[in-house]
Design a protein around this ligand. Structure first.
Ligand SMILES: *Cc1c(COP(=O)(O)O)cnc(C)c1O
Ligand code: SF4
Length: 493
């Protein structure tokens, strides 16, 4: 085949490289390019702003919170300061924000916390990244601080452990759902508590509305989990989640990884932690913890096994130069980091923000892996998006950057079907908001349903959900239309 143009496209008076980027002269490897004419491209020059994913906040952003105004960089950027000053009560919030927000807003938070299934836990780092001039719309406030006034009724088909993790557990804190992988939950605490936590049935301690059993980092429980993993040759892949491994002392982190690496059939271990997104300074200043992680990654590499980190950045508002430094450190030390986001209304449910997030993560060598459709979790109905809107965001993200940095958008289908590609439903009714999925690798006899939040449905759909006798009828219609009504419906509670 003849190339369409076998010569560079040049035009008269065309600039040379050194006219356009004089910096090349400073770099011996690029010097030879200096006098080459720049070929003419078809693409329009990039708009200013389209590269803002390369901007990382280096300012002392915490100083606008009066209580932190006197805290210098070194102190604010230490993990011990962040742990010591973690915000855990409405009283803390009141002390930190009085004067910055209205009294009504503080009262709204107090009532919101009273009704919420998750306790409050927030690092000073995140608290100072929020925009307290516009707290109702701030993505950090939305994720961590509930307010009563925006609360919506739960979807009638929603349950507390919607993913049925406790049912797929051979021993407490170990979920074996997929054929070759398992999820180990060593503990039930995290450096922050996300309002939308899918594990709100266990993580973060009991609240006014939910009593939790929880998972303590107890030897007995861990041993039972290790025993099961060792006995199942099919398990190659273990996710260590929680709770959050960031909260494990280095000795305990090492212990888990030593045991898992010693089990011959386990080939891949992921440490799932929200830490880098909410307290990146720990990686930079808690050397014992970071060393424990990096040594275990090295040990895995010696054994030709992968030990990597899966983290959870949800928006660019959580990313600063400190995040970048922490991710650079892990990259230099050979630790692969991937990211899983949850699509949250008002936080990252626009194509613009999601593209920026994906690009900013990629820029820090963090690979965007998944974006989750928000699970059907109690008490946070106003945070979910419609499947239709999530799919539109996916369409706009795909193609905007490298394919290997393009996250797969998934729905973890209620009833224990596991993660399904958002687009892979057998049927979706945008009016009733019901989508129908199969998950043959997990259970080929069942169908699984996901339900859009009712407040975003068209009027006709909203009206039908108002009448309880319509509920089963809508589900029957969807199953019939999907052609799967012969299959068993996964339990809804
Ligand atoms: C998410 C999850 C995994 C890991 O799944 P990947 O698709 O490989 O990321 C394993 N077990 C359970 C129960 C899970 O929910
Ligand atoms: S960090 Fe993860 S496990 Fe912990 S509260 Fe948030 S979503 Fe739940």
């Amino acid at each position: 085949m003849t190339p369409r143009n076998s010569q560079p496209r040049l035009k008269e008076g065309n600039p040379t490289v050194k006219d356009v980027v004089p910096e090349v002269l400073a770099s011996p490897e690029l010097e030879d390019l200096a006098d080459v004419e720049v070929p003419v491209g078809d693409k329009d020059p990039v708009e200013s702003g389209s590269l803002d994913h390369r901007d990382f906040d280096e300012t002392p952003f915490w100083k606008h919170i009066p209580a932190y105004a006197g805290v210098d960089r070194e102190e604010f950027l230490s993990a011990s300061f962040q742990m010591r000053n973690t915000v855990t009560s409405a009283k803390d919030v009141r002390e930190l924000l009085t004067g910055l927000v209205s009294e009504d807003f503080l009262a709204d938070i107090e009532q919101g916390l009273h009704e919420a299934p998750m306790n409050l836990r927030l690092t000073p780092y995140l608290l100072s990244l929020a925009d307290w001039n516009d707290p109702y719309r701030d993505p950090i406030r939305i994720q961590f601080l509930p307010v009563a006034s925006t609360r919506r009724p739960d979807h009638p088909r929603l349950s507390l452990d919607s993913l049925h993790e406790t049912e797929d557990s051979p021993t407490p804190g170990l979920v074996h759902r997929y054929p070759d992988k398992a999820l180990f939950l060593p503990l039930d605490v995290c450096p922050v508590y996300c309002r939308y936590c899918t594990r709100s049935y266990a993580v973060g301690g009991s609240t006014d509305t939910v009593d939790k059993e929880g998972y303590k980092p107890q030897d007995e429980r861990w041993k039972a989990a290790f025993a099961y993993l060792a006995s199942r040759p099919e398990i190659e892949d273990v996710v260590v989640s929680g709770g959050d491994a960031y909260m494990l002392p280095p000795r305990r982190l090492r212990e888990i990884l030593e045991v898992l690496l010693a089990i011959p059939h386990i080939r891949r271990i992921r440490i799932a932690t929200k830490g880098p997104a909410v307290m990146p300074m720990k990686i930079l200043t808690d050397h014992r913890w970071t060393d424990a992680l990096c040594e275990m990654v090295d040990k895995g590499r010696e054994l030709c096994k992968e030990v990597c980190v899966h983290t959870h950045f949800n928006s660019t508002h959580e990313i600063t130069d400190i995040s970048r430094q922490a991710m650079d450190l892990l990259f230099r030390r050979g630790v692969k980091v991937r990211n899983q986001s949850v699509l949250v209304r008002g936080v990252n449910d626009s194509a613009e923000e999601m593209v920026r997030l994906v690009k900013q993560l990629s820029y820090m060598n963090v690979q965007p892996y998944y974006v989750y459709q928000h699970d059907m979790v109690k008490g946070v109905e106003e945070l979910r998006t419609r499947l239709e809107d999530s799919m539109e965001i996916e369409r706009q993200v795909r193609g905007s950057t490298a394919g290997f940095n393009t996250p797969t958008f998934v729905t973890d289908v209620p009833g224990g079907g596991g993660k399904r590609d958002l687009h892979s439903f057998d049927y979706y009714d945008e009016t009733t908001g019901i989508s129908v999925y199969r998950s043959p690798a997990v259970d080929d006899s069942r169908v699984y349903l996901y339900f859009d939040p009712i407040d975003l449905l068209p009027a006709e759909g909203r009206a039908r959900w108002e009448q309880s006798r319509e509920h089963d009828r809508m589900i029957k219609e969807a199953l019939l239309a999907s052609g799967l009504s012969g299959m068993e419906l996964a339990a809804q509670d």
